[in-house]
Design a protein around this ligand. Structure first.
Ligand SMILES: Nc1ncnc2c1ncn2[C@@H]1O[C@H](COP(=O)(O)OP(=O)(O)OP(=O)(O)O)[C@@H](O)[C@H]1O
Ligand SMILES: [Mg+2]
Length: 253
């Protein structure tokens, strides 16, 4: 890891390794992102994209390695359990995750989906949380959906509610798992615009996807993973000039 003082980089992942029991999923994963940068993680089905998202958000525990967000750093190899537990609780507050199936709470209205965590976790006043939620709903074209249940929303609307729910916690980093897979193709441009807008707000973003055109449109940087390793990483232009046979094959060139 370069250094914790290196504020240029908002997110650093160093030598991250993950297995499920004795089955290795990935190793030697090292990369870093500046504030507001958008990274697309590309790879075939089963290559470990979702697992990486879950490890960075500590929904799954990586085996070894380090993750730093801002001034908070978790060293999975050299810290004791108690320390790691406290740090995981803290780092989770900096990260918003938007899942493939959105994971909205079905029994709650859209508004209650949005204000639950700010009130319960951040102890925000209900009135204030509601005011912020309404502003976001307006910004995302959902001002008339405040009182409905998630199951009456379209896929794209559910996704926007899930994004707002993450934004309500003021995340420094947002992770998206396959944000275009549940949507029809003409929604992709809209998702690109939303993600770019979040990056304009200085949120650092990782998007897991297997859709190359979407990655090209949305990303500043890309990382191609296969056979448990990072095969190539760099600015999005590497998709026009792949160096490895593996990436060439993935891109069909
Ligand atoms: N909880 C788990 N327990 C055991 N193995 C798992 C678990 N989650 C994922 N895996 C395995 O890890 C590997 C990577 O899965 P992952 O879901 O991260 O891939 P992916 O790149 O997101 O695929 P897709 O494009 O299909 O979403 C797969 O072989 C999968 O079976
Ligand atoms: Mg996946």
């Amino acid at each position: 890891m370069s250094t914790y003082k290196d504020n240029d980089y908002k997110l650093e992942v160093h030598d991250l390794k993950k297995s499920f029991s004795e089955h290795l999923i990935f190793e030697d994963f090292t990369f870093r992102l500046k504030k507001g940068e958008i990274l697309a993680v590309l790879g075939d089905s089963g290559s470990g994209k979702s697992t990486l998202i879950q490890c960075i958000s500590f929904l799954e525990r990586p085996d070894t390695g380090k993750v730093r967000i801002g001034d908070l750093s978790i060293d999975l190899t050299n810290s004791n359990e108690e320390e790691i537990g406290i740090l995981i609780d803290q780092i989770r507050l900096k990260i918003g995750v938007v899942f493939q199936d959105f994971n909205l709470w079905p029994h709650m209205s859209v508004m209650n989906n949005l204000i639950e965590a700010p009130i319960q976790v951040n102890k925000e006043k209900k009135k204030n949380a509601k005011k912020r939620a309404l502003e976001f709903l307006k910004e995302f074209g959902l001002e008339d959906k405040e009182n409905v249940k998630p199951n009456s929303l379209s896929g794209g609307q559910k996704q926007r509610v899930a994004i707002i729910r993450a934004l309500m916690m003021n995340p420094e980093v947002m992770l998206f798992d396959e944000p275009t897979s549940a949507l029809d193709p003409n929604m992709v441009g809209r998702v690109v615009n939303i993600i770019k807008k979040l990056s304009d707000k200085d949120i650092t973003i990782i998007v897991a996807t297997h859709e190359i055109p979407f990655a090209r449109q949305v990303a500043d940087k890309v990382m191609y993973i296969a056979d448990k390793k990072i095969v190539e990483k760099g600015y999005v232009e590497i998709l026009d000039n792949p160096k490895t046979d593996k990436l060439k094959k993935f891109l069909n060139i």
